[in-house]
Design a protein. Sequence first.
Length: 134
Amino acid sequence: LGAVAFYDVCGERISVMKYNEQYAALLGNRGHAAETELVFGEQLYEEESERVFRMFDVARHNRDAGSALDVRRRRPDGADMWLHLRVFFLYHRDEHSIFYSTVTDVTDAHRNDAALSQQRYPRGLLSLQVRCGR
């Protein structure tokens, strides 16, 4: 079994209700009984917030298929990591929407994509294309 968590989405707040050991290990939360604040909280890049809330909204309206997203966040040590979230809406209670999610570390895949991009379009070539395009 991989990393899984249950999220409570209420307004602009995403709380982690429960998670397994694999989730704790993946996010560097060993030794903590539970997270209570936004799982991405301070570690989520600001530009990712809108995409994350949109993912939950899509999952809420697409119950059978759920929704998926690769999101960039910071590890506790400050290094970047990419997570693939697959989210399914479970139920709505009062103002709270409850979701189940699988979480996978896809950092290496994103690093490989970035490296391939650099190989295809070296900086000098990009500069030349910009100058020639005037």
